[in-house]
Design a protein around this ligand. Sequence first.
Ligand code: ZN
Length: 253
Amino acid sequence: MTKRALALVVAALVSAIGFIGTRVMPAHAVDEPRLLEERVFGTSVQGRPLVAYRYGTPGGVVVMVVGVIHGDEDAGLLVTSALRTLSAPAQVDLWIVPSMNPDGTALQQRGNANRVDLNRNFPLGWAKMGEPGYWQYAGPSRASEPETQAMVKFVREIRPTLGIWYHQDLNMISPGTGFEGRVRARYAALTGLPLVRITGGRYTGVAATWQRNVGEAAMAFVVELGPTLSAGEARVHADAVMTVARMVQRASR
Ligand SMILES: [Zn+2]
C-alpha cells in the first residue's frame, strides 16, 4: 500500500468514526406502539366497561394479559400500563385487559359488586363455595357473573395461546410442566419472583385453569405480585411479558 493510499484509508476511517460518534441515537429507539383496537367486551355489574387493548400483529400468536381479577389486588394495572408503552414482539397478537373487575377495584374489594370471587366463578370445575359475604364466594352458579360471562365469550373468540393473570400479594409463581413450565421459569427468573408451589388450597372455577382449556395447547399462569409494585418493577414485569411472548411465538413456528 502506498503512503497516499494509506492516508486515504486513515481519512476514511476517521470520517466514519467521526460520523458514528456524532450520530444522535436515543437509548431506546422505540416507536410509540400502535393501538390496533380498543374493544369493550362486556360490562360490569355496576355498568363499568370491560376493555381490551390490542397491539402487535393480528394473526400472530395470541397473548392475553389480565391486570386485575381480584379487585383489591390491582398492582397489575401498573404492568398493563407499562405494557402499553412497549412494542410487541414480531408476530405476536397482544391483547391487554387492564381489569376484568373494575367494580371490585372501585370498591377496593376482592369480589365484584355482587361480592362474588370471580376467580372461583369460571365454568371449568366450578363448585359451590361459601355464601355471599364469604371471601371466596363462588357465586350462585357457574359463570353467574356478567364479568365472567364476558371474559368467557372474549377468550373463546380470541383463543389465547398464552394468558398471564396478575394477583397479589403472595410474591411467587407456581412451577409448571413441559414448555409452559419453562415459560413460567423464564418469567420468574426475569422478575426475581420465586417459583413456589401453592399447597393446601382447594381451588375451583379458576380463570387461568379454565383459559388453559380453551384452544389447543393453550397456556396460562398466575403471577402473584408482592404487596407493592414500583414503576420500575412494573417495567421489569412488562419486559418479562414481552420476552415470554417472544419465546411462545418462536416455539409456535
Ligand atoms: Zn388473587
